[in-house]
Each structure stands twice: as C-alpha cells, then as structure tokens.
Design a protein around this ligand. Structure first.
Ligand code: CO
Length: 140
C-alpha cells in the first residue's frame, strides 16, 4: 500500500550544483565508476544537467546555463558546489500542487517540463525546512 496515501513516492534524484560539470562527470564516471548520462541543456531552467545512475536513485549534476541561471547565484554562495535539491515522484502533479497550496506551502512559478520530459514544480525552501524540493510527475 505504499504510495496509496502518500503524496510523494520514490526519491527520483538528489541534485548537486557544480561549478565545473566536466570535472564532476570525471569524478563520478572515472573515479567512482558510475554510469553517467550525456549532458542535457534545459534553457527554460537555465541549467545543463547530467544524470548519474545509481541502483536505488539518481544524482542530477547541475551547471549554470545562460544569463540569470539560478545555479549561478547558488555557485556564488557555494563556490565549490553543493546539495541543491531533492526530487520526489508524485503520481499526479497538479493534485500535489493543489494539496500543498492548501497547506500554505508556496510553489515556485508554474509547473514546467523537466529533465525527464515530464512536468515538475519546486516548493519554496523556506516552507520545506530549508531544503529545496522538486516534485516530478510519474515514474522514470
Ligand atoms: Co531536479
């Protein structure tokens, strides 16, 4: 019955903002030996992403793309990189947005298509105990 009552299901990924995507890929692929995807530019989000596939979840390496990228600001504050967000899978994103909004949890902007080609939304970290949380529809 796991998931039947819970708004959130699996941990889809843990995202890490990095100042140098090539160096981060080298670390995960060549030093740690993990399976690493090709870089994917997401101009709508101002990021380039690389996924590191693990047995039970994934890592999302995020580098800034273009002017005004949210990652540029993050890297200014955290020059070496750092934990950026967690992503949970939800069966129905719009239902999840309704539910959290009723509880006065702020969502950041509109749902947008994310790195997996499905809708995603972020919740305000000040409403989620200091951790930026992404909700992604469906399973991937
Ligand atoms: Co993400």
């Amino acid at each position: 019955l796991i998931g039947s009552e819970s708004l959130i299901e699996r941990l889809n990924h843990v995202a890490i903002a990095v100042p140098d995507l090539t160096a981060a890929v080298t670390f995960y692929r060549d030093v740690l030996g993990a399976e690493v995807s090709a870089p994917l530019d997401l101009p709508e989000h101002g990021v380039t992403t690389v996924f590191v596939k693990l047995a039970n979840t994934n890592l999302e390496l995020l580098a800034s793309l273009g002017d005004g990228s949210p990652i540029s600001k993050f890297i200014e504050k955290n020059p070496g990189g750092g934990l950026h967000h967690l992503c949970f899978e939800v069966p129905d994103l719009f239902q999840a947005i309704d539910k959290v909004s009723q509880e006065k949890i702020r969502v950041l902007g509109e749902a947008k298509t994310g790195a997996h080609g499905v809708p995603v939304v972020f919740m305000h970290p000040k409403d989620t105990f200091g951790c930026l949380i992404e909700l992604e529809e469906g399973k991937s």
